[in-house]
Design a protein around this ligand. Sequence first.
Ligand SMILES: [Zn+2]
Length: 199
Amino acid sequence: MTSLVAFLFVASVFSIPVSGFQGKTNADAFWPGGGFLNNKYSKLTYSTSNAVDRLGYSRYVDDAINEFDSISDANIGFRKLSSGDGEMLSIVIDEKNSSEYARDAFGIMIPFKIDPKTTSYERASNYETWAYAKIWLNDYMMKQHKFTSDERNKTTIHEIGHAFAMEHQYDGVKSVMVSGQISYPDLQQLDISNLQWKY
Ligand SMILES: [Zn+2]
């Protein structure tokens, strides 16, 4: 009985900070120095691979783009290009859990910069200005973990959130930027207010 009481006490102590936990706001929500130049987000060019259509991810990408595009009081816009037409953001699928970057992840966003010597893309850090970014949505992993539509939607919004230089939020925060298999079909209020602050 003593141990049960102790356990309940510990559990209740922990439940207070978790349920009322504040997420990162404004500058704290973004990678310092990271992302495209701010004005690039007013017309972010992007492409989707054929597999995005073929495997049914177009609806998630379209939904996500629409979520960002419709934020009021933020200078955010998109233009879709064909793959390889100089887009800033490419969205592709990892079908076999075989890509260099996305292996064992549900999705990942990797930024690139231009190497001044070779003028080709090289990997950039999250904390410098990017020239190009690529998102892999790992269909293999999401199938393995039996992702629902809302969870696939969240993964897509989450990775595009990273392309907006948004960092992860702490577990338990109501945000699409929390890692993991989470069911948020929409940007949450915290995400929207952070994007409004920056853009
Ligand atoms: Zn993430």
